[in-house]
Design a protein around this ligand. Structure first.
Ligand code: SF4
Length: 81
């Protein structure tokens, strides 16, 4: 099971995949408090989902690029709060 805050289709804004359609799976919870955090709304809440249900929802959009983000240490930078 995963605690999922949101699953949505958008445009990738980071990495070498900038500009491509991308499915985002944002997980809930993080006990870090980075100054640059732009998703504090995902620190709490969300809903429990079976991994198979997450995969099914992602696949229903037929988007080949998927990013799983959120949860503790969502970013690749070193979080120092
Ligand atoms: S690790 Fe990610 S979600 Fe957690 S506070 Fe830092 S930027 Fe926000």
């Amino acid at each position: 099971m995963l605690t999922v805050h949101e699953i949505y289709l958008s445009i990738q804004g980071e990495s070498t995949h900038v500009g491509r359609p991308c499915m985002f799976v944002r997980l809930t919870a993080c006990d870090l408090r980075c100054r640059w955090c732009d998703t504090p709304y995902a620190f709490t809440g969300g809903r429990k989902m079976a991994i198979d249900d997450v995969v099914a929802e992602v696949l229903s959009h037929q988007c080949p690029l998927v990013e799983i983000t959120g949860g503790e240490r969502c970013c690749s930078r070193t979080c120092t709060r």
